[in-house]
Design a protein around this ligand. Structure first.
Ligand SMILES: C[S@@+](CC[C@H](N)C(=O)[O-])C[C@H]1O[C@@H](n2cnc3c(N)ncnc32)[C@H](O)[C@@H]1O
Length: 345
């Protein structure tokens, strides 16, 4: 954590004061990433004037930002020269493997542009607008969002495939499949399978790239459309709903699950990926804090929330599914796989 909190007397500071410092530290790190400061410092240590010349910024303004970043622990400062710390070099340069920069930029954009009216959605019980329409209008943030999710799919995909019982499946429908990372994991593992990915047009641009890079374009149909109105076909053996359900309130989840059930053949299988709320074995800590933050963001920006397993199981049963099973993932401390069968005819 950038602000050194250890050793402080909890009675001497309101927690919100420390949170203010953390909030500013996060915002300053986002500014550093957006302005290319951490990349500019990748070589030798630089003065503020040299770093300003490389980043096209004002030397006086940049010096103040650099001093703040040094104060928060993102940069080392030696007299008038600044350098990335080893931690910053590992996570906040754009060329670092698994760079955190797309995640940092995405969440900074959400907080900057979507959270200003948080109180209104809590007051009214309605989301602040159409989050995905907003994303489609902001290609840079959409690219960061899909990169973040694509990476997660590369990390979790094989485990999700392994937790989805294999049959003689031929047809996979990936609803809201966007970057197509989960589709690719299934097609690689199951050679007899073909897939249709349904998503909004901007999201599918990333999907087209993933599928082409995997050399699987001849086995995948990318179908732009709305999950609630597009013809999803029927007779599919397997439907994926990865990170979709939490975007909607229960009535819409019911509709979506019924549409998934109708698209499956009787006896076909649904696989959901969801960060679950109210997991008894998950104590206080970063995973629980993330799920609560995520749920608040979902409610505010989309009208959804993180669901608990009993509620999700009830929604699946109401939509015509049986044999509902849940499994935690070794690769994630927040995400769970839930599978269910469309009741046989
Ligand atoms: C949280 S992302 C999940 C992407 C992917 N399934 C994953 O788990 O990484 C939600 C996806 O649903 C898509 N989406 C949201 N609302 C949609 C709608 N009404 N119709 C089609 N796609 C939608 C978004 O574009 C986005 O790609």
């Amino acid at each position: 954590m950038p602000v050194p909190l250890h050793g402080l007397d909890p009675e001497a500071f309101p927690a919100a004061y420390l949170d203010l410092l953390d909030a500013v530290s996060f915002r300053a790190a986002a500014a550093g990433a957006r302005l290319g400061v951490f990349d500019a410092l990748a070589g030798e240590p630089l003065t503020a004037e040299q770093a300003a010349a490389r980043t096209g910024t004002d030397p006086a303004g940049l010096r103040i930002l650099l001093d703040a970043l040094a104060g928060y622990g993102y940069l080392d400062r030696d007299r008038d020269r600044y350098a990335d710390t080893p931690h910053t070099a590992r996570w906040l340069r754009t060329d670092a493997p698994d760079s955190f920069v797309p995640v940092l930029r995405f969440w900074a954009a959400v907080l900057d542009h979507r959270w200003g009216d948080l109180e209104e959605s809590v007051r009214r019980g309605e989301p602040s607008g159409d989050f995905y329409a907003w994303l489609e209008r902001h290609p840079d943030t959409l690219a960061d969002f899909q990169t973040m999710l694509r990476r997660l799919a590369a990390h979790l995909g094989d485990e999700i495939v392994a937790l989805t019982p294999a049959g003689a499946d031929r047809s996979l429908l990936d609803l809201g499949g966007g970057h197509a990372g989960y589709t690719v994991a299934f097609l690689r593992a199951r050679p007899g399978l073909r897939a249709t990915v349904v998503d909004l047009p901007g999201a599918l641009e990333r999907g087209a790239r993933t599928v082409a890079e995997a050399g699987l374009a001849d086995r995948v149909t990318l179908r732009p459309g709305d999950l609630f109105t597009t013809d999803l076909g029927h007779g599919h053996d397997l439907v994926l709903l990865c990170n979709i359900v939490h975007g909607y309130r229960p009535a819409d989840v019911r509709t979506l699950l019924r549409r998934a059930a109708t698209a499956l053949r009787p006896g076909g299988r649904l696989t959901l990926l969801e960060p679950l709320a109210d997991v008894p074995s998950r104590g206080p800590g970063p995973a629980e804090a993330f799920v609560r933050m995520f749920s608040l963001n979902l409610f505010h920006t989309q009208g959804g929330r993180a669901y608990g397993m009993p509620e999700l199981a009830a929604l699946l049963t109401e939509a015509g599914f049986t044999d509902v099973r849940e499994a935690p993932l070794a690769g994630s401390d927040t995400d769970h796989v839930v599978t269910a069968l469309r009741a046989p005819a």
